[in-house]
Design a protein around this ligand. Sequence first.
Ligand code: GCV
Length: 658
Amino acid sequence: MTDVDRHPAWLPPEALRAVGSRRTVVRGAGTLVDTVAAEVARACARYGGTVHRDDAATPVDLVLALAPSGDLGPEGYALSRDDGVTVVRADEPPGLLYGFFHLVRLGESAFESARPVERHAPALHRRMVDHWDNVAVHPVMGQVERGYAGGSIFWRDGALRADLDRVGEYARLLAACGFNAISVNNVNVHLTEAHLLTDRLGDVAAIAERLRPYGIRVHLSVSFASPVILGGLPTADPLDGRVRAWWAATTRRAYEAIPDLGGYVVKADSEGQPGPFRYGRDHADGANVLAEALAPFGGVVHWRAFVYNHRQDWRDRSTDRARAAYDHFTPLDGRFADNVIVQVKHGPIDFQVREPVSPLIAAMPATRIALEIQATQEYTGQQRHVCYLAPMWSEVLRFAAGPTVAELVDGGGLVVVSNVGDDPFWTGHPLAQANLYAAGRLAWSPDRDPMSILDEWLDLTFPPGTTGDPDLVRRALHAVMDDSWRTYESYAAPLGIGFMVRPGHHYGPDVDGYEYTPWGTYHFADRDGVGVDRTRATGTGFTGQYPPPWRDVYESLDRCPDELLLFFHHVPYGHVLRSGSTVIQHIYDTHFAGVERVAEMRRQWAAVADLVDPRLHARVTERLDEQMRSAEEWRDQINTYFSRKSGVADAHHRAIHR
Ligand code: GCV
């Protein structure tokens, strides 16, 4: 069994057939050029083509050339076909690698008709995957925090895995969809993991070695308290000279071991992680001390903006978790060092199936901002439910208040929380791979249509020759995946309210699970109505954090989009939505419809039973069965809860348990 057979994903050998059956010359030198040449050689060994380095004595079909011209940028490439020869040209090695994978995506069509020169370059230069992997298995969160695909591919039971071949395979998959950076440990840095920065740096260097051939740089999550827990200092106060010196010396040693280290990721003053508040300092003080240490080496600090009070009193109606990141960070705009990137979750709360875009993203014009999205499906079905998230991410990236989100984050990039583990299918649910793939492709081109990205992933994952009937399989997968995000939304928490999940593990419904907790995630349902009043007129004032026109759109009951209504407003159950339905009838209707759609997804998948790999078919079937059970549970709990609260009957007299 080859690795690809053991760990099926995009880019099985068959996906390289077109390249592997050509006569190719690879010109240029360097690690990434060697990688391209090795990829071509492997494909040729299988499909009968030939590959030469640097000379083109024989006729060729394909030229992959490093040919600096200065017009393509560090990661860009040009593609053309003329006179029967396809040419990929790049100024720098990363461009050649990305151009090669573009060619693979084109398959046979790259070798058909003539093509005028097309130039390609990424919109975002920082395209990063963050792992929430623990080195030691955490007693509550396990090996991978919010991981739904088995153990870590890097770590096992407190140590670096002895065999890192899979990390090399992972690097290849990531490069093929355009990522160029990875952070290898959880942002909640526990004691064992804190040591990765010092005495266990060798582990990180070993991972970096496996990622480097595919142009992926390693970043490390570090504890803000490192000077105390690792350095033995009495303080981690960022303005203390000893602390500055400790970060400088430690960072220098880190770069001696890993010269291309990307930098640090920090979660500070958040959910119990240490931070500058303890010393009466702010987050600019905190981030800048690390930035100063990294600057001589070209490293960056990804400083997370996920800062809020998780010990709130539910009786306190004045504190609004949605406001927290903006309130903490906007006063600091302009004070962060150039190599600090403030990393902002896409919504103001926490990766719910529907949230408005975080207002912080547009509110710090003098700061580099990265957008953080979550491929691991913490709140979207935990890789037991199909939930293709690219349509949601695409909405976020295209959201505009003046510039689009994609434009606002071009200095900081896109960061996706990984959904990968040591599961044979990488992501537990095989179809969840598409989320990681799409995140990389959207980081490269944020205006891409998510459905065309899905097509691309389907082509690369199920190329002709690997399925019984490629067209039928493609149609079935589209039927299962296209609307899966909205399907999930329809049977989960309604109209943007969020957080009706089981506390702790966050799977499945529990309408009041978080209602009286300190986490600040409330829905305020009573017998008359539901939703959070975040208006300026009568609520928490959160709408005022948005620039025009959104501050007024969200403030207005009439103009607020239905899908976010309960995020911004507390309304009676009889409130009529823009759709014409009442809130309560909308809740009933969508919850019944959502379950029907899951039933249809199962039917579609059953119809291709004999056309795809039986292991894959069985795995998806098992997950769809669980999705069906869970969707029914969501429907019944949500409908019953709101029917009991409101006393309003379903207009269509369907079965609601009372
Ligand atoms: C890594 C949520 C998750 C936590 C996660 C946190 C974060 O609260 O439930 O597991 O911690 O987000 O993004 O830091």
